[in-house]
Ligand binder design. Structure first.
Ligand SMILES: Nc1ncnc2c1ncn2[C@@H]1O[C@H](COP(=O)(O)OP(=O)(O)OP(=O)(O)O)[C@@H](O)[C@H]1O
Length: 524
């Protein structure tokens, strides 16, 4: 064991009856938890179960309302993240706290003691990232990095503090399978060094693969503790949600209708030196279809979403068509007015403004496309608050959004519940075309199945749905057609039933066309 000062026996951390109230709402309600030295401990629970609230108390971001935290045998009060770091607790949040305009090294410097030169920080970060298998360029600007790379900065930043306990909040939800494998190697290395990991994840297979123990939360209380390797994904899911998780049913998917969304030889230059250029993308999504686009993160998914949604319009009109009308140069509102809906990948800041209430977020997104429903007549076009609030309630109910209060700020919702609200906000309009990027990012098994079913149902009702996702299980659950994006190029589109995981793997490696992949398969 190399983590110094650690007792050979006895828990590293004990939490006793820890409670956090928001007003009268108990986000954590009398939680008991014990973490041993050198164990990878999973914290499981459905969206809104209280996992993030618990770990925020452990990291000094939130003050407990009552209860006790005992660290290496001593009761402690963790008043701030720096106090947590001094004790030896590091944390990697679900939402990164990085400054986009600064470099990797500059961002790391911000969390270090003052007086250390940037060069030394860059050297130490490089050495550490190398030894833990987390490649990073200290001079790169954060704005140019993929989500996976940004997460590596957070991990390296936490490791530079030499923590005894490192808390990871849904670390793999943004990673490719290969990146996730690399992270697991890093975690096993930390474990071998005698450090402990508290690991929040909705991915039960990976919890079974790497975690020694699991504590399950539900409605702010501990509902069980187990050795996850002795459970099955469905028994774990049952502990979390209290019932079996429904399977998505694609049966009765309607037959193909007219083409509703089309890209014709869509190319777009890379907007930054690290972004991906789109290269001659051709796709068609018919009414009744769910076209799922698979791919390793950072291969042009965000850029494709931007071009299809009009967040970054194209240079000419004809390259994107909605309901057979050329819209390439039009902005997002014009496309929404034509009945299209868009759900971007980044929930906070992009899809929702954290400080605003859910109803204000609803009106922000839909005031133009749903003028008649939400704005009064006349030149002023005043907001019809009643209509907005009742739509907010309808969406929350339809998507089972768990929240404290009727209309709380978006930022107070747990990550998965905010995602349900954002997807529900678009589904509520019954869009004829829906483009959604990573629809179930950070969403628990029950809620993910609800969102996926809603996407399938939307297509069944005659809309054209395009889902961009890294999650192959999700892709096979929802897709009628599948294509793969790699280095800004799109493969041919295949009926979902014709593709296997292996074939998708080949396409991810850049085998773009049917002919090419068939030849490759033959050659092997
Ligand atoms: N600042 C806050 N004010 C009011 N309620 C809050 C606040 N923060 C969290 N909550 C509520 O506490 C509950 C627990 O949220 P928390 O973020 O801990 O859940 P979680 O288990 O981490 O969920 P997820 O898996 O979706 O991230 C949720 O119902 C949430 O709405």
């Amino acid at each position: 064991m190399s983590a110094e000062g650690q007792p050979a026996i006895g828990p590293l951390l004990t939490v006793g009856q820890l409670t956090k109230l928001f007003g009268t709402f108990a986000a954590c309600n009398g939680i008991d938890l014990e973490i041993k030295p050198g164990e990878i401990h999973a914290l499981l629970g459905e969206n809104g179960a209280g996992k993030s609230t618990l770990v925020k108390m452990l990291f000094g971001v939130l003050a407990p309302t009552s209860g006790e935290i005992v660290w290496q045998g001593q009761p402690v009060r963790i008043a701030s993240p720096s106090a947590a770091r001094r004790l030896g607790i590091g944390m990697v949040f679900q939402h990164f706290s990085l400054f986009e305009a600064l470099t990797v090294a500059e961002n790391i410097a911000l969390s270090m003691a003052p007086g250390i030169s940037l060069n030394r920080i860059a050297e130490e970060a490089s050495a550490l990232s190398h030894s833990y298998g987390l490649p990073l360029d200290p001079k790169a600007h954060v704005a140019d990095l993929s989500v996976g790379e940004r997460q590596r900065i957070e991990i390296v930043r936490a490791l530079l503090q030499n923590p005894k306990l490192i808390i990871l909040d849904e670390p793999t939800s943004v990673l490719t399978p290969q990146e996730a494998d690399r992270l697991f190697e890093t975690l096993n290395k930390l474990k071998a060094e005698g450090r402990s990991v508290l690991y929040i994840s909705h991915r039960l297979e990976e919890v079974q693969r790497i975690c020694d123990r699991a504590t399950v939360l539900r409605h702010g209380k501990v509902t069980g503790a187990c050795d996850p390797r002795r459970e099955t994904p469905s028994s774990l899911a049952r502990m979390m949600v209290g019932s079996d998780v429904a399977h998505v049913s694609a049966e009765g998917t309607s037959t193909k209708g007219a083409v509703k969304l089309e890209a014709r030889h869509l190319s777009a230059p890379a907007r930054t030196p690290f972004a991906v250029a789109l290269k001659n993308i051709c796709l068609k999504v018919h009414a009744g279809e769910v076209l799922a686009i698979a791919g390793v993160a950072g291969n042009g998914q965000g850029e494709l979403f931007d071009a299809l949604s009009g967040e970054y319009p194209a240079a000419t009109d004809d390259v994107v068509r909605i309901a057979d009308k050329p819209v390439g140069t039009r902005g997002i509102n014009a496309r929404r007015l034509m009945g299209a809906g868009f759900v971007p990948e980044e929930r906070h800041g992009h899809a929702a403004v954290s400080a605003l209430s859910l109803s204000d977020n609803l009106i922000l997104a839909r005031s133009q496309s749903d003028r008649r429903a939400f704005l009064g007549g006349g030149v002023l076009g005043l907001i019809r608050q009643d209509a907005v609030k009742s739509a907010t309630r309808r969406i929350a109910q339809a998507m089972d959004v768990r929240k404290s209060g009727d209309n709380p700020p978006a930022g107070s919702l747990s990550g998965g519940n905010l995602q349900k609200f954002i997807v529900g906000r678009e589904l509520d309009r019954q869009p004829t075309v829906l483009v959604v990027n990573q629809p179930t990012w950070g969403v628990d098994a029950g809620a993910a199945s609800r969102i996926r079913q809603a996407l399938v149902d939307l297509a069944k009702s005659g809309s054209a749905v395009l889902v961009i996702s890294q999650d192959l299980d999700e892709i096979f659950e929802v897709a009628t057609e599948i294509a793969v994006i790699s280095e800004g190029r799109l493969s041919d589109i295949y009926p979902a039933a014709e593709l296997s995981r292996e074939k998708i793997g080949l396409l991810m490696g850049g085998m773009y066309g049917k002919t090419e992949s068939a030849e490759t398969a033959h050659a092997h």
